[in-house]
Design a protein around this ligand. Structure first.
Ligand SMILES: [Zn+2]
Length: 90
């Protein structure tokens, strides 16, 4: 990790849907700020939940990368059983 990504706010366990949605907003800010890029994901970051509150999938996954050093961070949530994390690595 480098000075740009060492301060990233990681979450070891999502305790609520709200905490996951806040993390998705945070990831969108990181990408909009220009220091991170979206590598992959199984739905657009803007569409993890539709306007009726339905989740895009049982497992929602996004991978981002620090543009400066290449370190990857993954955000994964289980919308069916609960749980998930925003963590360093894949
Ligand atoms: Zn970095």
């Amino acid at each position: 990790m480098c000075e740009r990504c060492s301060g990233i706010r990681l979450v070891s366990l999502f305790r609520s849907p709200r905490e996951y949605l806040q993390t998705v907003e945070y990831i969108k800010q990181l990408i909009a700020g220009g220091d991170f890029s979206l590598v992959s994901g199984n739905c657009p970051l803007d569409e993890v939940q539709d306007k009726n509150g339905r989740w895009a999938d049982d497992i929602i996954y996004h991978l981002i990368r620090c543009n400066n050093c290449g370190q990857e961070f993954s955000c994964c949530v289980n919308t069916y059983r609960g749980g998930g994390e925003f963590a360093k690595g894949r």
